[in-house]
Design a protein around this ligand. Structure first.
Ligand SMILES: Nc1ncnc2c1ncn2[C@@H]1O[C@H](COP(=O)(O)OP(=O)(O)OP(=O)(O)O)[C@@H](O)[C@H]1O
Ligand SMILES: [Mg+2]
Length: 244
């Protein structure tokens, strides 16, 4: 179970006029217990969604307050938390590190499968399950964006995380690939927390968090949360230069 207690994220920001750096609040304080298997996070650009997502596996640490996963504190038990919580970035290139798909998935299996041949066979099987068998030995950069997104997801899933956090996993994808990824995520046995601008996908979650200006301003069942988000967006139109 994921628990945030008064989690606050701040950053030092330079003063453009040369004065001392100031502390800016990016998110929080947030107090939440996430027990549902499907949680979606929606909100405007710059509202703090990625910051919230990154808190969940210790990629971002709270400046004050705590974030715990199954009782493990992200501050003091970072490696154990990251083994439990897999993170899929918006941009697959941020996490694909090996030259070919089969090597990338095999790398994720290195802890659980010590034998190299067995590891490769399992990696090929995992790629075959998502329809990438015939792409397994191509250079990663030869794959389409959608294929790379699927590969990134497969590599993270190969680590067998208890929880999967995905930061806009379908934003770059066309409708077909979006459907493939949405179906894949829907079928997973793990808890999945998805940051998304796709409100139709958010409606399929069990719980939706609406983030605005670094705060969780609505938290509840999907249709009411999505309606609250739509209201928020229509009541505060973008002004030039406003993305924070
Ligand atoms: N290290 C940092 N220092 C200063 N500001 C930061 C830092 N990290 C994030 N921010 C700011 O915090 C705000 C929230 O960023 P975040 O990436 O969480 O937004 P987001 O809701 O994911 O937006 P998007 O939908 O565009 O991805 C942004 O204004 C961003 O510029
Ligand atoms: Mg983001």
């Amino acid at each position: 179970m994921i628990e945030l207690s008064e989690a606050l994220v701040t950053a030092w920001t330079p003063d453009p006029s040369g004065g001392p750096d100031t502390v800016t609040r990016l998110l929080g304080p947030v107090t939440l217990r996430l027990t549902e298997r499907r949680v979606a996070v929606v909100g405007a650009n710059g509202s703090g969604k990625s910051t919230l997502a990154r808190l969940l596996n210790g990629l971002v640490l709270p400046s004050s307050g705590t974030v715990r996963v199954d009782g493990l504190d992200t501050r003091t038990d970072g490696p154990a938390v990251r083994r439990r919580v897999g993170f899929v970035f918006t941009d697959p290139d941020a996490q694909l590190v090996m030259p070919t798909p089969v090597e990338d998935v095999a790398l994720s299996l290195r802890r659980s499968v010590p034998d190299a041949r067995e590891r490769e066979a399992r990696a090929r099987a995992a790629l075959a399950r998502i329809g990438l068998a015939d792409r397994a030995d191509l250079p990663v950069h030869a794959l389409s964006g959608g294929q790379r997104q699927l590969l990134a997801l497969t590599s993270v899933l190969a680590t067998d995380p208890d929880v999967l956090v995905c930061d806009e996993p379908t934003t770059l994808l066309d409708l077909r690939w979006r459907a493939v990824v949405d179906d894949l995520l829907a079928d997973l046995p793990q808890q999945v927390v998805v940051v998304t601008h796709d409100l139709d996908a958010a409606l399929h979650a069990e719980r939706v968090l609406v983030v605005d200006d670094g705060r969780v301003v609505h938290d509840g069942e999907p249709s009411a949360a999505v309606a609250a988000y739509r209201d928020l967006m229509t009541s505060s139109p973008v002004r030039s230069g406003e993305i924070r």
